[in-house]
Design a protein around this ligand. Structure first.
Ligand SMILES: Cc1cc2nc3c(=O)[nH]c(=O)nc-3n(C[C@H](O)[C@H](O)[C@H](O)COP(=O)(O)OP(=O)(O)OC[C@H]3O[C@@H](n4cnc5c(N)ncnc54)[C@H](O)[C@@H]3O)c2cc1C
Ligand SMILES: NC(=O)C1=CN([C@@H]2O[C@H](COP(=O)(O)OP(=O)(O)OC[C@H]3O[C@@H](n4cnc5c(N)ncnc54)[C@H](OP(=O)(O)O)[C@@H]3O)[C@@H](O)[C@H]2O)C=CC1
Ligand code: HEM
Ligand SMILES: [Fe+3]
Length: 462
């Protein structure tokens, strides 16, 4: 065995000569990139304003002045901030015809009218500018802990230059992703500046929802009793009210995961074709359903935790003890009610089953799990079991409402109980979905999704 490894040296794939790459700038990113390139078999030449003074440079790299370094290689990586690009115009002669890789990032989205790479191309029209590496951090290059950020977006107008840069990206153990011409540069430059773009809408929506529900419940359960009975119910703000706000937010957000699909189906039925684009808001909404769902799962978790502590709360124990004492004194026991037992047990059971399926949805959205199932299986879990989750959770809330449902005695200042609000969107989604799966409606929808068009069929007969 050892013999074979000896006869096929590991360096077999390397070309005879080491390729020389030039890096302009000896800052953090330049040094990290240089070190990585040296490790991967490149010969590295740095260009610097002060070649003598440069310290901390990786061993084995050469440091020259900018113009000397540029002559050593056809490919130059600019690890310089955009604000300092202007000195490059003095090097126009040497840089003509060379590949210039722009790695720069800005501090703000759309900080300048044109992207940094396009600005560079304007400064040096004779060079082939390629945008790359801006999504990789200096730290990640050195520590190797890349995982999610292995992707390097590459764009440029000269396809040969772009291919060359993509080869380097691959040699460094990263994954290039071709994004087209230099026009894509501004998008690539904005990418690392985004902060969880898909989470923004779910986050703001749930924040608004929680604040609204909280004040709604405070008005009903704290202010109202204070005004009419002079009772101090402020302690309810710690557990009772959050344990309404969180489950209601969970149920509402869960319903909002399935609402856009229903709207999309109605839109397709109405238009009679699937070939027209959905409006932007619907598109965006559809794209952040996963995040909406996961936020909903988080709220459901909170509801379950808050529910678990109910029996050990002082208030609940006090009320139970008090009731028992009152009954003992008046020598009248509360009769057992089978219907209340049924209602109580069934809404609990539905809650538990709903939560179980909810967690299952969450587990299948982990990449390691979703990669292991095929597309149909994933759709089955996310769509079919997802609707089942919505049905269970809605039924849980409906039965919790139980007998007092919509009775006028629970209105306070004309405000219904909070769980009624929780039921509006889920019930709407379920009713609409029910209509959509009626055979006559579903048949048309299926045909539309297979490419049939109501209008073109008619026009073809003319
Ligand atoms: C805890 C949790 C985790 C989640 N994780 C994920 C996740 O990891 N990934 C994810 O994507 N979602 C995730 N979701 C969101 C949700 O489960 C999915 O978006 C789900 O597939 C939506 O089902 P649907 O039946 O409403 O939509 P879909 O089945 O996507 O259908 C919606 C609409 O899309 C259109 N459509 C569907 N098929 C076609 C077609 N062939 N041609 C044209 N148009 C078509 C139709 O207009 C249809 O009405 C998660 C949700 C939760 C609660
Ligand atoms: N740091 C990171 O993780 C990442 C950085 N980038 C991008 O890489 C580029 C460099 O970043 P970084 O290495 O962090 O920055 P630094 O400030 O650490 O380095 C910039 C280098 O530019 C050179 N330079 C040339 N002209 C000037 C000038 N007039 N004034 C100051 N410096 C000059 C200097 O090298 P010398 O002294 O040798 O001339 C300096 O070391 C930026 O465009 C940044 O957006 C992109 C992705 C990640
Ligand atoms: C282990 C699972 C669950 C258990 C044991 C459970 C239990 C309960 C209990 C005891 C209540 C009454 C709370 C009170 O008296 O204040 C309640 C209410 C409620 N639950 Fe659940 N639940 C579970 C899961 C869920 C899930 C997954 C959802 C939906 C996403 C949900 C939605 C609701 C709603 C909307 C209410 C009404 C809130 C109110 O207005 O008071 N529950 N649940
Ligand atoms: Fe016609």
């Amino acid at each position: 065995m050892e013999k074979t490894t000896d006869t096929f040296p590991l360096t077999m794939n390397y070309s005879e000569e080491q390729e020389t790459v030039c890096i302009f700038g000896t800052g953090d990113f330049g040094r990290s990139l240089g070190l990585k390139m040296l490790h991967c078999g490149y010969s590295v030449v740095f260009g610097s304003r002060n070649p003598q003074k440069s310290s901390l440079l990786p061993k084995g790299a050469e440091v020259l002045s900018y113009s000397e370094a540029a002559q050593k290689s056809d490919i130059i990586l600019l690890t310089i901030h955009r604000e300092h690009y202007d000195f490059l115009t003095e090097l126009t002669g040497v840089l003509n015809g060379k590949i210039l890789v722009d790695v720069s990032n800005n501090l703000k989205i759309n900080q300048y009218p044109e992207s940094n790479a396009e600005y560079l191309a304007q400064l040096l029209p004779g060079a082939h500018v390629v945008k790359a590496f801006n999504t990789i951090s200096a730290w990640a290059l050195q520590s190797g802990a890349l995982d999610a950020s292995r992707q390097v977006f590459v764009c440029g107008n000269n396809s040969k230059a772009k291919q060359k840069v993509m080869d380097i990206v691959r040699t460094l153990g990263l994954t290039p992703s071709d994004r087209g011409s230099l026009k894509a540069a501004s998008e690539i430059e904005n990418y690392p500046l985004q902060l969880f773009p898909m989470w923004k809408f779910p986050f703001y929506l749930s924040a608004v929802l929680c604040v609204f529900l909280f004040f709604y419940c405070v008005v009903r359960e704290v202010i109202y009793p204070y005004v009419y009975e002079n009772k101090d119910n402020t302690f309810r703000m710690a557990i009772s009210i959050p344990n309404r706000v969180f489950p209601i937010a969970a149920l509402t957000l869960l319903a909002l995961v399935y609402l856009p699909g229903v709207i999309a189906a109605i839109l397709q039925l109405y238009r009679g074709t699937k070939y027209r684009r959905f409006p932007d808001w619907l598109d965006h909404w559809m794209l952040c359903r996963k995040q909406l769902g996961l936020v909903a799962l988080g709220f459901a978790f909170l509801h379950v935790l808050y529910t678990l502590v109910i029996p050990i709360r002082y208030y609940v124990r006090w009320r139970l003890g008090n009731q028992t004492a009152t009954q003992a004194i008046s020598k009248k026991a509360n009769p057992f009610s089978t219907s209340s037992a049924w209602l109580g047990d069934s809404y609990m059971a539905l809650g538990i089953l709903g939560f179980f399926l909810f967690v299952l949805l969450g587990i299948t959205s982990l990449p390691s799990v979703s990669n292991a199932v095929n597309w149909r299986e994933f759709r089955f879990v996310q769509s079919k079991l997802g609707y089942l989750t919505l049905i269970f959770c809605t039924a849980h809330t409906l039965i919790y409402g139980g007998k007092k449902f919509l009775s006028p005695s629970v209105l306070r200042w004309y405000l219904p109980s909070a769980y009624i609000i929780a039921l509006i969107i889920p019930c709407t989604v379920l009713v609409l979905k029910f209509i959509l799966i009626l055979p006559c409606v579903n048949k048309t929808l299926t045909r539309i999704r297979q490419g049939w068009e109501r209008h073109s069929k008619v026009s073809n007969w003319h």
